[in-house]
Design a protein. Sequence first.
Length: 184
Amino acid sequence: MINRRHCLLLLSTALAFGGIGGARAQGAEAGIGEYRLGPGDRVRIQVFNEADLSGDYDIDGTGLISLPLIGQMSAGGLRVAELEASIVKSLGNGFLKNPRVTVVVLTYRPFYIYGEVRQPGGFPYVNGMRMVNAVVLAGGYTPRARQGRLLITRLVNGQKTELEGDDDTPVLPGDIIRVPERFF
């Protein structure tokens, strides 16, 4: 029986030796570079020389974060650089002269996997993750799984898109992966 520790060991080994090339899932470029923030993400915001304004923040279910001085502001759907610019603009509006802000994603929202895997559910996203890693985290394929064909629901340009992938397709935060059943 594979336990969670073994899954994590297999995942780290697969990431180390599996390569992190530029695979595609049916025409949708899969990459974290254009990643848009969303509910469930945790970010660290650093305001240079302002320790009271710096800290770690969760993006809530509506895509908002609550910051000192600024209050609630929208972060959902923004890229990291766009959130930085928005915070700089807000802090520069009467609070600070020439604020310098850095935003780093600490924790990405989880991905989900269900269907013909042994332990379906939500799992934390790790940079460079592939579908094979997601299957390993979910305890592996069941004997009835159609291996090598995975169905992915992913946000592409703000639209939910159904994609087909294989074991080498990159996983992105928020992906919903379905492992179909084979019929023979």
